[in-house]
Design a binder for this molecule. Structure first.
Ligand code: KG4
Ligand code: ZN
Length: 341
């Protein structure tokens, strides 16, 4: 039985996992709190984690019907993320591990994302019996990267964004259109009824053979487009077309580069996780492209796309099973911890 905590950005989450089964996964999201500022305010996030961590942890233990002495290990995300936000979850987990005399596992947030597409069903179970080497797309508000997962717990980064993350591009272009924060889901909903071929926006780095991404140029071209044609925003049909066109550009780049990397490496499986994996356009287009290329696709379930402690717990339990050493109770958080190249 393992308790995992996640507090790297704007979700406070606690999960109890046992032998690959997620017994509880409680998530308290701060999206509404940060909405009026148009982005995550670190100081507010920290205070909110502090306020919510113990109630969320208690709720997870209660939902799993588990008492602290029954736990075999405690895990927490220790990086990357907002420094003070990480500290709340990590220090609480280290204190619990100390009090219970159980091992502590400090987990890399992106490494945890790599395994969330393997958690499926209700109640959720990790399907490691069917694990295959894969190319994994992690795509969120803070990160966009492609990772080669060679075997369980062995991976290296193929490429990542050199400027904005894809989620940031969704949010910032949505903001230019006057949509409320976070704009990604709003833009996605409007795009569903728009024509993606209405406007032609750049697809940065789509033809480059490396696995890096760049999205700031696309955002700038939307800014210039709206500067020159502000009246577009007065016509709801044209706004829907604009949303569909912007989504089309972002999704084309993500899908093309992901499938190309998988073919190049000769893997048979692609996975995707992170908040942007909720995007309907991305889910549809990646599904079609993988089917076309004969690749098996595992998309994280929508509730596990965004940040959650279940993925942290499932990975920590795997580390425990494979005999990985526990993390020191004095280990500091690592706000800029890179995933292995
Ligand atoms: O993984 P996440 O919860 O947090 C981190 O950034 O770590 O991802 C949040 C991001 C935001 O940028 C949000 O706009 C984006 O995921 N997002 C979406 C959709 N749902 C969430 N972007 C596009 N379409 C969506 N449906
Ligand atoms: Zn994340």
């Amino acid at each position: 039985m393992l308790l995992a905590l996640e507090s790297s950005c704007d979700e406070t989450s606690a999960s109890v996992v046992h032998e690959g089964r997620v017994l509880a996964n409680v998530v308290s999201s701060q999206i509404k709190l940060h909405a009026e500022y148009g982005g995550v305010v670190p100081e507010l996030a920290t205070r909110e984690h502090l306020r919510n961590l113990l109630p969320v942890t208690r709720a997870a233990l209660q939902a799993a019907n588990v008492l602290p002495p029954q736990l075999d290990a405690i895990a927490a995300t220790i990086g990357p993320g907002l420094p003070q936000a990480l500290m709340i979850g990590a220090r609480a987990a280290q204190a619990m591990a100390f009090a219970l005399r159980k091992p502590f596992f400090g987990i890399h947030h992106h490494e945890a994302h790599l395994y969330s597409p393997w958690i499926t069903g209700q109640p959720p179970v990790a399907d490691f019996a069917n694990f295959q080497p894969n190319v994994s797309l992690i795509v969120s508000g803070g990160h966009t990267m492609l990772v080669f997962v060679e075997s369980e717990l062995k991976h290296h980064v193929l490429g990542s964004t050199v400027d904005d993350a894809a989620g940031e591009c969704f949010d910032k272009t949505a903001k230019l259109m006057g949509l409320p924060y976070p704009g990604g889901p709003e833009l996605d909903a409007l795009a569903e009824q728009g024509d993606a071929s209405a406007f032609d926006f750049p697809r940065p780095m789509i033809r480059d053979l490396h696995d890096d991404f760049s999205f700031s140029g696309l955002k700038t071209s939307v800014r210039y487009f709206l500067r020159d044609q502000p009246f577009i925003l007065d016509d709801p049909d044209r706004v829907r077309d604009l949303c569909a066109s912007v989504r089309g550009s972002i999704v084309d780049v993500l899908v093309t580069k992901t499938v190309r990397a998988a073919k190049r490496l000769g893997v048979k499986c692609v996975t995707a996780s992170g908040g942007v994996t909720c995007n309907r356009g991305l889910r549809k287009q990646l599904t079609a492209a993988c089917a076309n290329a004969g690749l098996k696709l595992r998309l994280a379930e929508k509730s596990l796309c965004t940040d959650n402690a279940a993925m942290v717990g499932i990975l920590a339990e795997r580390k425990l099973l494979y005999g990985h050493p526990a993390t020191s109770l004095d280990e500091e958080v690592k706000p800029n911890w890179p995933l292995a190249r």
